[in-house]
Design a protein around this ligand. Structure first.
Ligand SMILES: C[S@@+](CC[C@H](N)C(=O)[O-])C[C@H]1O[C@@H](n2cnc3c(N)ncnc32)[C@H](O)[C@@H]1O
Length: 264
């Protein structure tokens, strides 16, 4: 187990970026972060990553194999910590290209992020089967064995009890269902890591301050990335939750990683 104490009792401490906070307070602190950034969230993603997050999200949607649906029933997908709906809209567009009927529930703990997503849905051609639901990754408002696809992009890092979120992913997926997680990760090269750290800590929080009026959420972002387990350690957590054929795909030299697995 990495530094953060997974499933620690609520009296214990957990990390919130580099700070240690009472476990029971982390969710509210994370909510404050996303309340602050919701209106400018999509713009900041482009600015910080130079558009790379689009490439990573495209890859996530590619590995969902939305073109393969011989049954022609609606594929049931939930995008957890789905925020402003980016993954859901991309998945809907991909499914539409292959005439695959898809239903996506965007579930997020933050109503402000969902509000921005719902607004975006108005101008999205393929958003008829996208719904926005407030909910916590650790206690999903979904029935057992109800999903074909569970995705979570840049969300698992913010969850207080990662083990509970992974157990929920397993519970809600049907046998044969797919788990796909996109998250920031760690670069294998020490030299590149130094350059990346310099960029992250010197550029991102001030940029966030300029664009959103508050550098704090972006300081949390860069710190929380450093606190998240390395790709292999997180893959072990996914396996421990019960998933099979767990695979890691490193993106952009390891800045981000896709973890996927199957419920069999
Ligand atoms: C960095 S954003 C990612 C949004 C979107 N998935 C994307 O890739 O653009 C992280 C999201 O996780 C949500 N979140 C944090 N903790 C959560 C939890 N325990 N359950 C559900 N959503 C959570 C936040 O509200 C926020 O919208």
């Amino acid at each position: 187990m990495e530094k953060s104490q997974q499933n620690a009792p609520d009296a214990a401490l957990t990390d919130f970026g580099f700070r240690q906070v009472p476990t029971g307070q982390k969710q509210a602190l994370v909510r404050d972060v996303f309340d602050t950034v919701a209106a400018r969230y999509d713009l900041m993603n482009d600015l910080m990553s130079g558009g790379l997050h689009r490439v990573w999200k495209r890859r996530l949607v590619e590995v969902l194999f939305l073109r393969r649906n011989p049954a022609r029933e609606h594929v049931q997908m939930a995008d957890i910590a789905g925020g402003t709906g980016d993954i859901a809209f991309r998945a809907m567009r991909a499914a539409a290209r292959f005439s695959t009927p898809l239903n996506v529930r965007v579930i997020d703990a933050n109503t402000e992020m969902l509000r921005v997503g719902a607004k975006r849905a108005v101008s999205e051609k393929n958003a008829r089967h996208v719904s926005f639901i407030t909910g916590n990754a650790e206690h999903l408002p979904l029935a057992d064995n109800s999903l074909d696809i569970y995705t979570i992009a840049f969300g698992i890092r913010n969850v207080t009890h990662r083990t509970d979120a992974l157990a929920e992913a397993w519970r809600v997926l049907k046998p044969g269902g797919r788990f796909v997680c996109l998250e920031f990760s760690h670069m294998p090269s020490a030299l590149l890591t130094r350059a990346y750290d310099a960029y992250s800590f010197r550029v991102i929080p001030p940029l966030g301050g300029l664009v959103t009026g508050d550098a704090g959420p972006y300081q949390y972002l860069v710190e929380s990335i450093r606190q998240f387990p390395r790709a292999e350690a997180f893959a072990d957590e996914v396996r421990a939750a019960g998933f099979s054929r767990v695979a890691i795909e490193r993106l952009s030299g390891g800045v981000a990683a896709l973890h996927s697995g199957w419920k069999v």
